[in-house]
Design a protein around this ligand. Sequence first.
Ligand code: MSP
Length: 652
Amino acid sequence: MSTSKRKKFYVTTPIYYGTAKPHLGSLYSTLLADFVARWNKLKGNDVFFLTGTDEHGQKIADAAQKVGKDPKEFVDSFVNDYKKTWQAYEIDYTKFIRTTDDYHVKAVQQWIRDLQQKGDIYKSMYEGWYCTPCETFVTAKDIPVRPELVEGSPNGSPRCPSCSRETHKVHEETYFFKLSAYQDKLLEFYKNNPDWVVPKERLNEVIAFVKSGLKDLSISRTTVKWGIPFPDDNEHVAYVWADALNNYITAIGYGQEKFKKDFAKWWPADLQIMGKDIIRFHAIYWPAFLMASDLPLPKKLLVHGWIKIGEQKMSKSLGNVVDPMNLLKAYGADPVRYYLIRKMAITHDSPFSIQDLEQTITSDLANDLGNLLSRMVSLADKHGIYELLAPKTWSADALKLQGECVSAVKDFYTYMDEYNFHMALARLWKYINQVNAFFHSHEPWKLVKTDRDTFLEILCATAQSLRTVGLLLWPAMPNKMEKLLKSIGVVFSLDHNTIEELELCNWNHNFMLTKIPPLFVKPEVKKVTEQPKEQEKKAAPVDDIITIDAVAKIQLLVGTIDHCEEVAESEKLLKMTVNFGEKGTRQIFAGIKKQYTPEDLIGKQSVFVYNLKPRKMMGMESQGMMLLAKDADGKLQRIAPVEKVENGTRLC
Ligand code: MSP
C-alpha cells in the first residue's frame, strides 16, 4: 500500500512509575495497546505506539532514598526490567519515553512558559492534603461526600480516596494551573462527545466530578526536589502529573522545532489506554492542559478495569503482584497474551488465577485451535499431500462453513470497533468450534479411501478457515500465529489491508502444508514430562530428619501487623507490633526493609514463630520471628494464609 494512502494511528499507554518491576497489571495496559496497534497494522495503517516510564516525584525520591540510591540510578534498573519484559512479551512499541529524557524536560519547561505567558499558570499559596503513593491532592470536595475518609485517622488528615492511605498536610507556595477556567469548556466537550470514553459509563463519574466544581490545580512543589525545575524559578519543580501527562505530546516532537512535522502528523492521539484508577487525570486535567495549549484532544480514551487476585486489586503495595516473567517461563508469551485479552473484560475488574490460565491454555489453545491445525496437517502428511488447491466450486457443506466464516468475521470486526476485545476472541472461538465440528463430522480419515475429492475439499475448507483465524489472531498471538500461517504456507505480510481482504472471505487460496511441533503445550502435559526431575529431587536424602514431636514444639501462629516502622539505625530492620488475638501483641523485628515498606505490611496477616526465645536486635527485644521465603530473584516474601483467619490461629 502506498504510504500516502495509509491512515495514521497513534496509541499510548500510561507511563509506569519507575519504582518497581512491571507486574501483570502493567503488562495488561501495555498488551491492550500492542493488541490495538497490531490490529491497525493489519489494516495497513501507519502506527505509532508509545509507552514509557514516569520517573519524577516524591514517590520515586522516597523509594530511592530507602535503598540509598540516587533517584535516576534507582529508576534505571527498573526501566531495564520494563524493556526486557515488553520485549519478551512481543510488545512492539515505536518509542519508549522516560520523563527524565532531556527533550521531554525541555518541552515541559517550554509548555510551562507558554501557559505562564497566557496567564493560565500563576503563583499563589497552597494548603491541603497530599497522597504521595498516588501523587495526588485530596481536595476538600472529597471529604463532605465521603466522611469515611477522615474516620479513624489519628491526625485528622483524610485518607486518599484512591488507595485509602493517610495523606499529609501540604502548606507551600505553588504555581497553579487555572483549571477552574476550563470547567464549562470540559462539560461542553463531554456533552458533544458522549463516546469519548470507552466504556461510556466511566465518563459519567468524570462529568459528576467536574460539575461539582473544579478548583485551580497546584502544579508545582517546593518541598519536592526530584522533578522538572520550573523555568526561571528553580525553587519549584513541576507536579509529577503535569510533567507525566505531557509525555504524550513531547514524545512525538511537541516543543521541538525540528519535529514540528512529526508532531502535526501524529497528534491528536487516536487512542489513549489506561486503568480506571487514573481516568480523572486523563479525562479532566489532560484535556484542560491541551485546551490551554490550543491543541486538539485525544480522539478516544480506553479505560480498563483491574486485574484482581481474589477480592483485591493486584498491586505492589498490597504485596499480591504476579510477575509476568514467571508466567512467561512457565507458559510462554503468547498463551499469557491470549489469556489476558480473552479473559479480562475491559469493562470490569477481572480475577486472575493460575488454574484458570492453565485451563484456558488447555481448552482454547491446545485442544480447540492447536489440535485442529495438527490433525489437518498430520492427516494430509500421512497421505502424502502437501499442496491444497482451492476447488472451483464448493459443496453445500463447505459453503455453509464459509457462511459461518463471513458471519464470524463480521461480528469480530463489530466487537473490535467497540473495543470489546474479549468478546471478539470469544466469537472467533465459536467459529473455531464450528470448523472443528465440520472437520470431525466429515471423518476425512475415512473419506481418503472412498472419496478423495471430498477428502481434499474438507482439508482445504479447514485450511481456508485456519488462514482467517490465524490472521485475525495475529494481534493477540503474533509469534504463534505466524507459525500457524507458515505451516499452511501463508506468507504473512503487513503491506496491504488484511482486514478488508478477510471481510470478502474469498476462499480462493491455495496452501502448502508443513508439519510442525504442537503449537501449544497443555500445562498438565508439561508438568508430567517434568515429573522425573521432581521425583529425583524427592528421592534425594534429607539431612536432619526430625520427628513429628519436634514439629509440634514449634508454635507457628498467624498474626496481624497492627503497626510497623523502620528502624532508622538499621539498613535491614523493620519493627512490627503483631496482634495474636487472645494471645496478645508482640514486638517483632524482621530484616525486610529492602523488600517492604511499613505501609506494605500494616493491616496484613503473616505467619510468625511465637515461642522463640526473645532476642535483642539493635538493643531492643524481638519477641518472635516472621517466616519468609526467598523467591527466584533472592527477594524475601512473607508467608500468609490465603484467606483471612482469626489472629492467633496456630498452623497445623
Ligand atoms: N505513572 C502513572 C501514570 C501516568 S500516565 C501519564 C501511573 N503509573 S502506574 O504504574 O501506577 O500504573 C500504570 C497503569 O497500570 C495504569 O493504567 C493502571 O491502571 C495499570 N495497573 C496497575 N495495576 C493494575 C491492575 N491490578 N490491573 C490492571 N491494571 C492496573 O499510574
